[in-house]
Design a binder for this molecule. Sequence first.
Ligand code: SF4
Length: 363
Amino acid sequence: MHFPFCNGKCDYCSFYSVVPSNSLVDSYTDALLNEIAKCSKEFDGKKFDTVFIGGGTPSLISDSNAEKIFSALFSHFDISENAEFTTEANPESLTDGYLSTFVKYGGNRLSLGVQSLCDKECLAVGRRTDKEKVFSAIELAKMHGIKNISCDLILGLPDQTIESLFYSIDTLLDQDIKHLSLYSLKIDKGTPLYTKKDILSFPDDDAEFELYHSAVIHLASRGLKRYEISNFALPDFESKHNLKYWNQDEYLGLGPAAHSFMNGRRFYNESDLKKYVGGSCRVYDNDGDIEANSVEERLMLSLRTQKGFPVCDFPKHSVHSVSLLHKQLISHGLAENNGEYVILTDSGLWVMNEIILRFIELI
Ligand code: SF4
């Protein structure tokens, strides 16, 4: 479920979010309740074992709206009792009231947008949080009995060094964080960061790979295994919800800009709050270039993961050329020497898109 509101815009953000006003959030909540009721009929009989409230900034949901939304979700959908139920939050807006309602409905996982614990790095990209607020948010979540806490960090921030990255990682892990996501900073056109990119000093591609590679090794030494290109977890703390995307399981997205994969079809709600509030804004992916569940799609999703892509799933006519490419990747240190699966190494993951294109040309 997507809550598309943020109190301001981080300089790098190209996600769909707007600044909230009471009336807009109330209209959104009404539209969301309608969508929940409608989708529960449309997908009657489906069972759900994960719930993910993402944003935007879900920690801005008022207590009364959180009560309405969670109550509707759990009364309309068949959600298993021990479901993984995650909320995203920004440290500065997480409140006791929101967490109380979240936990009352079975909330058991927090995904906190930290990005960096170095004030200078945060300021450079317009983040409005600091270390003290991060610690307070983690403390608050623990007080509510939430043990499964994940934090997001960004790689490639201005003037970021291996030391500053390790400082953020270690300080968080010392707070008993079970899961970390490390995302590369993207400088998209149209964002404030794009306009000031020339006056900031970003690590170049080689330096950023060095940050990533060092982090992978460091996280492993602290017991967090990479299970997807950007995601690391202690044993049994992998995100069950996010694994669904990469394993091509079904998921239903609610709210503007939310994506779904149900009954073999991919569809999404347009990134347009006005349209969403006015009624349906669902668009079916027209199967574009890549069909749902095709070899190409499965390759794109599974090469991101540590499990990799099973060699036997390549079409028969491509076996010979695929096997040659696989051997080349292994000899260049881009894939692990594993006959049954194509599993990319750190270096391979770094050039994953090119590798995927090379495979797609052969199948
Ligand atoms: S908190 Fe997240 S969604 Fe909101 S502006 Fe920042 S990056 Fe974008």
